[in-house]
Ligand binder design. Structure first.
Ligand code: THU
Length: 135
């Protein structure tokens, strides 16, 4: 699947974003090594901090379906530049293998980055001696 095809899927998911407070709809499409695509949207809440970003929603959906290894993650929103994941999402993206992160906007701008470039020096399992994740 091309990067633009994955962004097209993220755009379709974005139509279901629940963003009545910020009016900033975000769509994500996460391509698993199995070939399956998992969608995510931001889901806001009247208690603002309860809301979840599209990227983390997509990861949660994929993990719930048993997928933990990903080829790519596309994120799209109506931002002047490409939509970049927030810090919390960068940390969650860093937890599992993701080949590339495709950042996009409605104007067709595209930027491809690695998770490490998005979050250098990520906090990880190595900082938790004796608590390495059991695969
Ligand atoms: N948001 C995302 O879903 N992903 C991003 O990459 C940036 C921000 C959401 C959170 C909130 O619902 C809205 O966008 C405005 O911050």
């Amino acid at each position: 699947m091309t990067d633009r095809e994955l962004v097209a899927q993220a755009l379709r998911f974005r139509e279901n974003a629940y963003a009545p407070y910020s009016h900033f709809a975000v769509g994500a499409a996460l391509l698993g090594r199995s070939g399956r695509v998992y969608g995510g949207v931001n889901v806001e809440n009247a208690s603002y901090p309860v809301g979840i970003c599209a990227e983390r929603a997509a990861i949660a959906r994929a993990v719930a379906d048993g997928e933990r290894d990903f080829e790519a993650l596309a994120v799209v929103a109506d931002s002047p530049g490409v939509c970049v994941p927030c810090g919390m999402c960068r940390q969650m993206i860093a937890e599992l293998p993701v080949g590339r992160v495709i950042l996009a906007n409605l104007r067709g701008d595209l930027r491809v980055m690695t998770p490490a470039a998005l979050l250098p020096h990520a906090f990880g399992a190595a900082a938790l001696p004796g608590k390495e994740p059991i695969p």
